[in-house]
Write a protein that binds this ligand. Sequence first.
Ligand code: HEC
Length: 123
Amino acid sequence: MKNIIRLTTIIFLFSFTLSGCYYDKENELYPTKGNCDTIGVMTYSGSIAPIMVANCNICHSAGNPSGSVVTSNYDGLSIVAKTGQLWADVNWEGDPMPKGGDKLSVCDLAKIKKWVDAGSPNN
Ligand code: HEC
């Protein structure tokens, strides 16, 4: 009887161990898999602008930019990219952005980092 209880407990605990990764997001675990491609050159038009559209431009449009920072066009974004503010803020080391929202995905952060490190080209 004791052995059966012990065995049941072990199976019970083991099943928890196995289910531990169930809710992980694939994009965060494997930034280069699926639709998240961080291999090769990151372009402003193809990689960075869409992230800004989805997360930033609502507050940083050219017409009414919060904090006088424009993310909706290359000229505005490249200014904060070159000062280091862009990376610091999206990486939550400076003034965390998007303000009041969730941190960008690991995949988006990797794209921005790569583009900034390449000198934030207008490509
Ligand atoms: C809900 C509105 C909102 C969103 C969304 C948002 N911002 Fe901001 N952002 C602000 C405000 C307001 C400021 C002015 C400074 C402050 O109040 O913190 C600011 C300031 C900034 C600054 C300058 C801060 C500094 O370091 O001096 C940068 C750079 C910036 N935002 C980038 C971004 C980026 C990139 C995104 C998207 C990932 C983003 N923001 C999304 C509202 C927003």
